[in-house]
Ligand binder design. Structure first.
Ligand SMILES: [Zn+2]
Length: 202
């Protein structure tokens, strides 16, 4: 019995050793397979990061401008200053552009950023220039506004911080939004074709 055990023990150990070697070998292969499978998602996840950073680079995020209060008081009319700088609201049907139907662009009265286009202007009947969308490239900030006992969303020019008006979810299609903007906060820039056609009118 002792002989058997003496002989068999090293053989069993060798067999066991082979078994462990096979097991380790298999697990290395398994890890290698997992490793290969793991590699593509790692590459994929890095792609959007690159896109995001290049997207951020494309947008002039540091494009903000500030003006001295003195300059703005000189440059803007009292009404423009009151509305754009002190979050005022012009009286309905008194502004320059509530009924303007000419083709062109509407820019921020303070910094000149293009904000709205005549193509999205519509007759809301509210007495203020109304648009169902802002320009694609316009930088506009929308902030919850609980002043005057109302729950509204204030619209400001992201570039200079000028108050523009409010946006309401009761506009026409396709957006369903109504940007209710003060004429005092914007400057109208007629389209060239529209300027040329003007002298023909008699
Ligand atoms: Zn502005």
């Amino acid at each position: 019995m002792e002989r058997w055990s003496n002989v068999s023990t090293p053989a069993m150990k060798r067999l066991g050793g082979i078994g462990i070697t096979i097991a380790i070998g298999a697990s290395i292969i398994a890890l290698a397979v997992i490793g290969c499978r793991g590699a593509p998602p790692a590459e994929q996840s890095s792609t959007p990061t690159t896109n995001a950073s290049s997207h951020e680079k494309g947008e002039p995020m540091s494009d903000k401008v500030t003006y001295s209060d003195e300059e703005l008081r000189k440059r803007l009319t009292p009404e423009q200053y009151y509305v754009a700088q002190q979050k005022g609201t012009e009286r309905a049907f008194t502004g320059k552009y509530w009924n303007t139907k000419q083709a062109g662009e509407y820019k921020c009265v303070v910094c000149g950023q293009k904000l709205f286009e005549s193509a999205t202007k519509f007759d809301s009947g509210c007495g203020w220039p109304s648009f169902y969308a802002h320009s694609d490239d316009a930088k506009i900030t929308e902030t919850e506004d609980a002043s005057h006992g109302m729950q509204r969303v204030e619209v400001t020019c992201t570039r200079c911080g000028a108050h523009l008006g409010h946006v309401f979810p009761d506009g026409p299609r396709p957006t369903g939004m109504r940007y209710c903007i003060n004429s005092a906060s914007i400057d109208f820039d007629p389209a060239e074709a529209d300027v040329k056609s003007q002298p023909e009118k008699k």
